[in-house]
Design a protein around this ligand. Structure first.
Ligand SMILES: [Cu+2]
Length: 619
């Protein structure tokens, strides 16, 4: 029994289970003291906040700072030894590699949960007139599908950034290891709060939480707001840490324009996350206060303005789509030269195109509001800024094409997912201008065309690149490799399943199918396409299940892969696998360009660390 309590995460969960009723009781107690009848909503909100804090206190996330405030000595992060084996992933660690894997585990759990929600409501939508979910539950599952997967994406990009960036730039760890641990662990209780919104009746608004509907609906929306608010903190603090690490922790001699290209994408992403996330936090916080304290920000009944809510929400949520995809696009640029054995075409252009997307990405948010009742004169400028995003994005496509051109392509699983990512993201890219153009958007806004379009950008810019990254760096984490055979099954099932889903959605959207409705008229003739989309959705689910099996089997019994099996020039592959706790014995020395593949005898870096000979990567 004593052993179970030695797990930090167990003490965290107990902390949340204690903090929540304390917060609830505090508010209920004050109401009782004032002789008022119980108004549960503020009690639930304070309970949820106390629960998150209780988790972090129970886990020990604040204990070092607490002892510092008391003037006591604390160990430096690098002096602390994590428990051996898998146990280290279930406790508080300051090691970026452990935190990277922890983010990965949470991201996968949320992926499975958000995907399952989709299978449930897709099963209902497969036939008109089929209704086994109440309208309320249908709305909540659609909304949670969106926000749980957004949280999964944020955790997924944090996983890759945390694990890989310090290794790529030759750093010992992230700039602020304790803050790094807090950034991860706050997301765990926050995710629990987000999902528990279902227990308070869920919410009707979808993931956008639009006021005034969110002001008048069930209490579940408050837990949705509180959960996302804390996930936002994880994103902001993580971004701050990554910017400081990339700018200050590069090995001596590694200039910004000579660092691995993925670091530029992660830098651009982090600048956006650090400066935009506050706005969705603000929109949610103001709505939460409007419900609890009657402040009229958005409800016209009280003199508020619902359009203001949309401006605040989309000022984050459109840049957010680039926060979601820029790291994935960085993975494509980082890994493509490894698998085509040719230099990356246009390094500086790609680096600048990431910053360009970040900059222009802040100027387009109101393209989500062309039909919302916003001032008409705002439409045209936002249409042009939206179309402008295609320029820096196009730079990446041309560079990838030029990099692959006449390359010696090695068709291993990571390369399959890179090609999948480029082609699916292209679908997302070329279906965008139609939604960004006022004249066509007024017809297709809020239809399944939009659903098909943004799923293509998310799968192309995040899902496929993340799988490429996991198949590629898994041996670095475990010293073993995942099965190539299972990997290719995973790829083809996902690729075909997704393309059918996305094109199916866009087609019925153009034919008039609206999004976020629980049923449709059989006379519309959408039963067959909906059935096909649902079957394709199940194919995607089976593909992800195969991936989990491959991941588990690879970690336990995968083929040993100790050396530089991809023949990469990057520093982490010149060190042993699994990566030693302290990363590099001696500073990584930069002696050349990162992507001069094919240039005989040239090197990017020297890493003085004995590495087992690489077993030739079996094609
Ligand atoms: Cu947008």
């Amino acid at each position: 029994m004593k052993k179970i309590f030695s797990y930090d995460i167990v003490r965290g969960v107990i902390g949340q289970l204690i903090g929540t009723p304390i917060g609830f009781g505090l508010v209920a107690g004050i109401q009782a003291l004032l002789g008022r009848p119980l108004n549960a909503e503020p009690a639930y909100v304070v309970g949820a906040v106390f629960g998150v804090l209780g988790f972090l206190i129970g886990l020990g996330a604040f204990s070092d700072w607490y002892h510092m405030v008391l003037g006591e000595e604390v160990h430096e992060p690098e002096e602390i030894q994590d428990p051996p084996g898998a146990r280290r992933y279930w406790g508080l660690s300051f090691d970026h590699k452990v935190i990277g894997v922890q983010y990965g585990i949470l991201s996968m759990v949320l992926l499975a949960l958000g995907g399952t929600f989709a299978l449930i409501f897709r099963t209902e939508l497969a036939a008109s007139g089929r209704q086994f979910l109440s309208f309320q539950l249908f709305n909540s599952l659609v909304g949670l599908h969106g926000m749980v997967l957004i949280a999964s994406i944020l955790m997924g990009i944090a996983a890759i950034s945390n694990y890989v960036i310090p290794l790529l730039i030759g750093a010992r760890d992230m700039a602020f290891p304790r803050l790094n641990a807090l950034s991860f662990w706050v997301a765990v209780p926050a995710s629990l709060v987000l999902v528990s919104s279902l227990a308070l009746g869920g919410f009707e608004t979808g993931w956008t939480g639009y006021a005034p509907l969110s002001i008048r609906g069930p209490m579940g929306i408050q837990l949705f707001f509180v959960g996302v608010w804390f996930v936002g903190w994880s994103s902001i603090l993580g971004a701050l840490n990554l910017i400081a690490t990339i700018v200050r922790m590069r090995t001596p001699g590694m200039a910004m324009f000579n660092m691995p290209i993925l670091a530029w994408s992660v830098l651009a992403t982090s600048i956006m996350a650090l400066t935009a996330t506050q706005l969705i936090g603000l929109a949610f916080q103001m709505t939460l206060f409007e419900r609890l304290l009657g402040m009229s920000f958005f409800d016209p009944a009280g003199g508020g303005n619902p359009i203001l809510y949309q401006h605040l929400f989309w000022f984050y949520s459109h840049p957010a789509v680039y926060i979601f995809v820029l790291p994935g696009l960085g993975v494509i640029s980082e890994l493509l030269p490894v698998f085509v054995r040719k230099p990356l075409f246009g390094y500086r252009w790609i680096a600048m195109s990431s910053l360009g997307i970040a900059l222009v990405g802040f100027l387009v948010w109101a393209h989500h509001m062309f039909a919302a009742g916003m001032e008409e004169y705002l439409r045209v400028p936002f249409m042009y800024s939206t179309l402008l995003v295609a320029v820096p994005t196009g730079v990446k496509f041309f560079s990838w094409t030029a990099t692959m051109w006449q390359g010696k392509m090695r068709l291993q699983t990571p390369m399959y997912f890179l090609l999948g990512a480029i082609s699916v993201f292209l679908v997302g890219g070329i279906t965008g201008p139609m939604a960004g153009t006022v004249s066509t958007d007024l017809h297709i806004t809020d239809s399944y065309y939009i659903v098909g379009h943004f799923h293509a950008t998310m799968f192309g810019g995040y899902i496929f690149p993340v799988f490429a990254a996991i198949y590629y760096w898994f041996p670095k984490i475990t010293g073993r490799r995942m099965s190539e055979k299972l990997g290719k099954w995973h790829f083809w099932l996902l690729y075909i399943g997704f393309m059918v889903t996305s094109f199916g959605q866009m087609r019925i959207g153009l034919l008039g199918m609206r999004r976020r409705i629980a049923d449709y008229d059989a006379a519309l003739g959408f039963d067959l396409p909906h059935m096909i989309i649902t079957i394709a959705g199940y194919m995607v689910a089976v593909a992800v299940l195969l991936f989990f099996i491959n991941l588990y089997h690879g970690a336990r019994a995968g083929e040993p892969a100790k050396g530089n099996l991809w023949e990469s020039r990057s520093p982490e592959w010149l060190a042993p696998s699994p990566m030693p706790v302290h990363n590099y014995d001696t500073p990584v020395v930069v002696v050349g360009e990162p992507y001069d593949y094919g240039l005989e005898g040239s090197k990017y870096v020297e890493v003085n660390q004995p590495v087992a000979p690489a077993a030739q990567a079996a094609d």
